[in-house]
Design a protein around this ligand. Structure first.
Ligand code: SAH
Length: 397
């Protein structure tokens, strides 16, 4: 039996050996330092044990208490009765021609989520999922078409990093920092799973866990404004905003969440996040997926340049990655470079996200996993397709 914080209410021992006392074990994997401290204190153990156990779990990848040789035998036995280090199950692993890797991971309940690793020179970026499917249903994203099942627990989020680190280590044990960056840009909307995402990000940055700097952990959001307003009170990770359109009319069609939280409110909230950070030089990354003849025209670029004048940002242009249930097309190279040049001339720093891993469906927006959809949305999309209707068509404005 556990309390809300995962701290056991009672120990397992029983005087009556005939009684089958089965106690739900506490999963330590996703616990923040504070939660682990409360847990160890409830066992009557010293605080320094927390750091030891964190290092075993996250840095050495050890999940068997018995192998934690600097803990006393008594503590190891006690932990084995009340706790566990429970990872999601690795189902399959694929490597793209360009070195991108994708892991399919099964979580409790049977759905599968996807995690992607993108090596770029000395950098290696891991893209992790925060939910099973996504409730936002952006018109250009494959994840949304799968519907939604549930939030991932902090253990399931950090477990993706654990699995990837272990798998990459086993490939090349000579490299010590294979994963240099983590982006929450996989399946799901991280700000709709606020507490678990914050706990997992804190583990990513913790010295006794993965030790990444705040600049190397990026949360990407489609713009859940009330949650974004709170984010700066609890973390200082890098922030990316999925904008994709320079005005509300177009954004309403691409990102339905915009009808609730329009662009002006979103940018105000994003600037508010930056204002809470002590380092005043930090910028937001604005993500803009370029879709042929939808949002890729020179006037869109000029409108975007004007819109962002007061927002300290750099702009990341992402060519749309096609997938089965979508009629949208990738931007042409001409339109892409024209769009970029207008922004550069207006004084912005612009990066182009090259398409990686699309041969294994690992590129942005192609992550689909296997979602046990509770929303019936995936079923509706399939029906529309079967009837030959265009499932996700937006008439260029
Ligand atoms: N829900 C979060 C994080 C997941 S999406 C968010 O919206 O930011 C990660 C990025 O990939 C987002 O910018 C998203 O808009 C973009 N993306 C989604 N589908 C895409 C596609 N088919 N092609 C290119 N980029 C896509």
């Amino acid at each position: 039996m556990t309390t809300k914080n995962g701290v056991p209410d009672k120990a397992v021992s029983s005087d009556d050996s005939n009684l089958d006392v089965s106690v739900e074990k506490v999963n330590l994997l996703g616990m923040s330092e504070e939660k682990l401290t409360a847990f160890f204190e409830s066992l009557g153990e010293k605080r320094f044990r927390v750091k030891q156990v964190m290092q075993w779990m996250h840095q050495r990848g050890v999940i068997d208490f018995d192998a934690m040789s600097d803990l006393s035998k008594v503590l190891r036995a006690k932990l084995a009765t009340v706790a566990e280090i429970n990872l999601p199950e690795l189902v399959s692993e694929q490597t793209s021609e360009d070195g991108t890797r994708k892991w399919l991971v099964r979580v409790a309940g049977g759905s599968c989520i996807e995690t992607v690793f993108i090596p770029e020179g000395k950098r290696g970026t891991l893209c992790v999922s925060s939910q099973i499917g996504c409730s936002l249903d952006c018109s250009f994203c494959a994840t949304g078409k799968q519907g939604f099942n549930r939030d991932l627990s902090a253990a399931e989020i950090i477990g993706q990093l654990w699995i990837a680190a272990k798998s990459l280590d086993s490939l090349d044990p000579t490299k010590d920092r294979v994963i240099s960056n983590v982006v929450l840009m996989g399946m799901g909307e991280p700000l709709l799973n606020f507490d678990n995402v914050v706990d997992a990000m804190n583990l990513m940055m913790h010295d006794c866990a993965y030790g990444l700097s705040k600049r190397r952990v990026t949360l990407s959001t489609a713009g859940v404004v009330p949650a974004l307003d709170k984010l700066g009170d609890v973390t200082d990770v890098s922030l990316a905003i999925s904008l994709h359109a320079p005005n509300d009319e177009l954004r309403n069609q691409l990102v339905p969440l915009n009808r609730k939280y329009p662009i002006a409110e979103l940018l105000r909230s994003a600037r508010g996040y930056l204002e809470k950070l002590p380092d005043k030089r930090r910028k937001i990354t604005l993500e803009y997926t370029l879709i042929r003849e939808i949002n890729d025209r020179p006037e869109h670029a000029r409108e975007l340049a004007a819109l962002l004048v007061d927002t300290p940002c750099k702009i990341n242009l992402i060519p749309f990655n096609p997938f089965d249930q979508s009629d949208y097309q990738r931007v042409s190279n001409n339109a892409l470079y024209r769009f970029r040049d207008i922004l550069i001339e207006a004084g912005y720093t612009v990066t182009l996200r090259t398409t990686r891993g699309d041969d294994i469906d690992a590129a942005c927006g192609q992550l689909a996993g296997q979602v046990n959809d509770r929303t019936k949305r995936s079923q509706r999309y399939r029906q529309q397709q079967d009837q030959g209707l265009e499932a996700v068509r937006i008439i260029p404005g």
